[in-house]
Design a binder for this molecule. Structure first.
Ligand code: PRP
Length: 183
Protein backbone atom coordinates (compact mmCIF):
# COMPACT_ATOMS: atom_id res chain seq x y z
CA UNK A 1 0.00 0.00 0.00
CA UNK A 2 1.70 3.14 -1.16
CA UNK A 3 -1.08 5.64 -1.71
CA UNK A 4 -3.99 4.72 0.49
CA UNK A 5 -5.61 2.70 -2.35
CA UNK A 6 -5.50 -1.02 -3.06
CA UNK A 7 -2.11 -2.76 -2.91
CA UNK A 8 -0.24 -2.58 -6.20
CA UNK A 9 0.04 -5.72 -8.31
CA UNK A 10 1.12 -4.09 -11.58
CA UNK A 11 2.41 -0.54 -11.59
CA UNK A 12 1.32 2.20 -13.96
CA UNK A 13 4.81 2.19 -15.53
CA UNK A 14 4.72 -1.58 -16.10
CA UNK A 15 1.30 -1.31 -17.74
CA UNK A 16 2.36 1.54 -20.00
CA UNK A 17 5.51 -0.28 -21.05
CA UNK A 18 3.53 -3.42 -21.88
CA UNK A 19 0.85 -1.50 -23.79
CA UNK A 20 3.57 0.32 -25.75
CA UNK A 21 5.16 -3.08 -26.54
CA UNK A 22 1.77 -4.42 -27.69
CA UNK A 23 1.20 -1.43 -29.90
CA UNK A 24 4.60 -1.80 -31.54
CA UNK A 25 4.13 -5.52 -32.04
CA UNK A 26 0.60 -5.12 -33.40
CA UNK A 27 1.73 -2.30 -35.69
CA UNK A 28 4.48 -4.56 -37.04
CA UNK A 29 2.23 -7.62 -37.38
CA UNK A 30 -0.46 -5.74 -39.30
CA UNK A 31 1.80 -3.52 -41.40
CA UNK A 32 0.59 -3.54 -44.99
CA UNK A 33 -2.59 -5.47 -44.12
CA UNK A 34 -5.04 -2.58 -44.26
CA UNK A 35 -7.33 -1.35 -41.55
CA UNK A 36 -7.68 -3.22 -38.25
CA UNK A 37 -11.03 -3.27 -36.47
CA UNK A 38 -10.29 -3.01 -32.76
CA UNK A 39 -13.22 -4.34 -30.75
CA UNK A 40 -13.21 -3.23 -27.13
CA UNK A 41 -15.31 -5.36 -24.83
CA UNK A 42 -17.25 -3.12 -22.46
CA UNK A 43 -16.91 -2.06 -19.95
CA UNK A 44 -13.52 -3.07 -18.66
CA UNK A 45 -11.53 -2.69 -21.88
CA UNK A 46 -12.19 1.02 -22.38
CA UNK A 47 -8.94 2.19 -20.81
CA UNK A 48 -6.72 -0.36 -22.55
CA UNK A 49 -8.45 0.34 -25.85
CA UNK A 50 -7.89 4.08 -25.45
CA UNK A 51 -4.19 3.68 -24.64
CA UNK A 52 -3.53 0.96 -27.20
CA UNK A 53 -5.32 2.64 -30.08
CA UNK A 54 -3.45 5.91 -29.53
CA UNK A 55 -0.12 4.12 -29.79
CA UNK A 56 -0.84 2.16 -32.99
CA UNK A 57 0.92 3.35 -36.09
CA UNK A 58 -1.26 1.31 -38.44
CA UNK A 59 -4.69 2.17 -39.74
CA UNK A 60 -7.47 1.10 -37.38
CA UNK A 61 -10.96 1.86 -36.24
CA UNK A 62 -12.55 1.41 -32.87
CA UNK A 63 -15.74 -0.55 -32.21
CA UNK A 64 -17.36 -1.87 -29.07
CA UNK A 65 -19.31 -4.89 -27.93
CA UNK A 66 -20.83 -5.61 -24.56
CA UNK A 67 -21.46 -9.00 -23.06
CA UNK A 68 -22.61 -10.17 -19.71
CA UNK A 69 -21.28 -13.36 -18.26
CA UNK A 70 -22.67 -13.46 -14.79
CA UNK A 71 -25.96 -11.60 -14.59
CA UNK A 72 -26.36 -10.37 -11.03
CA UNK A 73 -23.97 -12.95 -9.68
CA UNK A 74 -20.23 -12.58 -9.19
CA UNK A 75 -19.72 -16.27 -9.97
CA UNK A 76 -19.21 -17.46 -13.52
CA UNK A 77 -21.87 -19.81 -14.83
CA UNK A 78 -20.16 -20.05 -18.19
CA UNK A 79 -23.23 -18.58 -19.88
CA UNK A 80 -22.37 -15.48 -21.88
CA UNK A 81 -25.06 -13.12 -23.16
CA UNK A 82 -24.64 -10.54 -25.90
CA UNK A 83 -25.79 -7.13 -24.63
CA UNK A 84 -24.55 -4.88 -27.45
CA UNK A 85 -23.43 -6.01 -30.88
CA UNK A 86 -21.20 -4.33 -33.47
CA UNK A 87 -22.75 -1.67 -35.65
CA UNK A 88 -21.14 -2.80 -38.85
CA UNK A 89 -20.10 -6.05 -40.43
CA UNK A 90 -16.57 -7.45 -40.20
CA UNK A 91 -16.50 -9.73 -43.23
CA UNK A 92 -13.01 -9.69 -44.79
CA UNK A 93 -11.73 -7.32 -42.12
CA UNK A 94 -8.81 -7.80 -39.75
CA UNK A 95 -10.32 -7.97 -36.29
CA UNK A 96 -8.59 -7.64 -32.94
CA UNK A 97 -10.63 -8.24 -29.79
CA UNK A 98 -9.41 -6.13 -26.87
CA UNK A 99 -10.19 -7.37 -23.35
CA UNK A 100 -9.03 -6.19 -19.96
CA UNK A 101 -9.07 -9.60 -18.25
CA UNK A 102 -9.47 -13.25 -19.14
CA UNK A 103 -10.62 -15.21 -16.12
CA UNK A 104 -12.50 -18.46 -16.82
CA UNK A 105 -12.11 -17.74 -20.54
CA UNK A 106 -15.83 -18.15 -21.30
CA UNK A 107 -16.32 -14.57 -22.47
CA UNK A 108 -13.44 -14.53 -24.91
CA UNK A 109 -14.26 -18.03 -26.12
CA UNK A 110 -17.83 -16.95 -26.82
CA UNK A 111 -16.70 -13.81 -28.64
CA UNK A 112 -14.17 -15.63 -30.81
CA UNK A 113 -16.74 -18.28 -31.76
CA UNK A 114 -19.35 -15.64 -32.56
CA UNK A 115 -17.09 -13.36 -34.59
CA UNK A 116 -15.57 -16.24 -36.56
CA UNK A 117 -19.00 -16.97 -38.01
CA UNK A 118 -18.91 -13.49 -39.56
CA UNK A 119 -15.96 -14.42 -41.76
CA UNK A 120 -13.33 -11.83 -40.84
CA UNK A 121 -10.09 -11.85 -42.83
CA UNK A 122 -8.32 -12.55 -39.53
CA UNK A 123 -9.26 -12.65 -35.87
CA UNK A 124 -6.83 -12.13 -33.01
CA UNK A 125 -7.15 -11.43 -29.32
CA UNK A 126 -5.48 -9.09 -26.89
CA UNK A 127 -5.86 -9.03 -23.10
CA UNK A 128 -4.03 -7.10 -20.45
CA UNK A 129 -4.24 -9.75 -17.74
CA UNK A 130 -5.12 -13.43 -17.49
CA UNK A 131 -5.79 -15.59 -14.45
CA UNK A 132 -4.45 -18.83 -15.88
CA UNK A 133 -5.29 -20.81 -12.72
CA UNK A 134 -8.97 -20.07 -13.29
CA UNK A 135 -9.17 -21.15 -16.93
CA UNK A 136 -12.20 -23.34 -17.65
CA UNK A 137 -11.95 -23.20 -21.44
CA UNK A 138 -8.92 -22.90 -23.67
CA UNK A 139 -8.76 -19.66 -25.53
CA UNK A 140 -5.81 -18.29 -27.42
CA UNK A 141 -4.56 -14.83 -26.48
CA UNK A 142 -2.32 -13.46 -29.20
CA UNK A 143 -1.20 -10.40 -27.24
CA UNK A 144 -1.14 -10.97 -23.49
CA UNK A 145 0.10 -8.45 -20.95
CA UNK A 146 0.45 -10.31 -17.68
CA UNK A 147 -0.43 -13.64 -16.09
CA UNK A 148 -1.71 -12.94 -12.61
CA UNK A 149 -2.71 -15.04 -9.60
CA UNK A 150 -6.32 -15.66 -8.59
CA UNK A 151 -6.88 -12.45 -6.67
CA UNK A 152 -9.51 -9.73 -7.10
CA UNK A 153 -7.88 -7.10 -9.28
CA UNK A 154 -9.09 -3.57 -9.87
CA UNK A 155 -7.91 -0.56 -11.82
CA UNK A 156 -7.04 0.20 -15.43
CA UNK A 157 -10.65 -0.57 -16.40
CA UNK A 158 -11.26 -3.34 -13.88
CA UNK A 159 -13.87 -2.74 -11.22
CA UNK A 160 -15.28 -3.95 -7.99
CA UNK A 161 -18.97 -2.94 -7.84
CA UNK A 162 -18.19 -0.27 -10.50
CA UNK A 163 -15.48 1.32 -8.35
CA UNK A 164 -11.76 1.65 -9.11
CA UNK A 165 -11.97 1.49 -12.92
CA UNK A 166 -9.92 4.66 -13.33
CA UNK A 167 -7.16 3.70 -10.91
CA UNK A 168 -3.99 4.10 -13.02
CA UNK A 169 -2.39 0.87 -11.78
CA UNK A 170 -3.70 -2.65 -11.20
CA UNK A 171 -4.34 -3.24 -7.54
CA UNK A 172 -5.52 -6.11 -5.39
CA UNK A 173 -8.45 -6.01 -3.01
CA UNK A 174 -8.12 -8.04 0.16
CA UNK A 175 -10.16 -11.30 0.06
CA UNK A 176 -12.25 -10.28 3.09
CA UNK A 177 -13.69 -7.33 1.13
CA UNK A 178 -14.75 -9.30 -1.96
CA UNK A 179 -16.95 -12.31 -2.75
CA UNK A 180 -15.12 -15.64 -2.64
CA UNK A 181 -15.44 -16.33 -6.37
CA UNK A 182 -15.24 -13.67 -8.98
CA UNK A 183 -13.90 -12.17 -12.10
C1 PRP B 1 -14.90 -9.16 -17.21
C2 PRP B 1 -13.90 -8.96 -18.34
C3 PRP B 1 -14.27 -10.01 -19.31
C4 PRP B 1 -14.85 -11.12 -18.44
C5 PRP B 1 -13.81 -12.20 -18.30
O1 PRP B 1 -16.05 -8.47 -17.51
O2 PRP B 1 -13.98 -7.68 -18.87
O3 PRP B 1 -15.21 -9.55 -20.26
O4 PRP B 1 -15.14 -10.56 -17.16
O5 PRP B 1 -14.31 -13.25 -17.52
P1 PRP B 1 -14.32 -14.75 -18.03
O6 PRP B 1 -12.99 -15.05 -18.65
O7 PRP B 1 -14.54 -15.55 -16.74
O8 PRP B 1 -15.45 -14.91 -18.98
P2 PRP B 1 -17.20 -8.21 -16.44
O9 PRP B 1 -18.26 -9.27 -16.59
O10 PRP B 1 -16.59 -8.07 -15.08
O11 PRP B 1 -17.83 -6.86 -16.94
P3 PRP B 1 -17.21 -5.38 -17.03
O12 PRP B 1 -16.06 -5.43 -18.01
O13 PRP B 1 -18.36 -4.58 -17.52
O14 PRP B 1 -16.75 -5.00 -15.64
Amino acid sequence: MSNGGPDTLITEEEIHKRVTDFAEQISRDYAGEGEIVLIGILKGAFILLADLSRRLTVSHRVEFMAVSSYGQSSVSTGAVRLIMDLRGDIENKHVLIVEDIVDTGHTLHYLVSLLKTRRPASLRTCALVRKSDRAEVDVEIDYLGFDIPDVWVVGYGLDYAEQYRTLPYIGVLPPETTPSSET
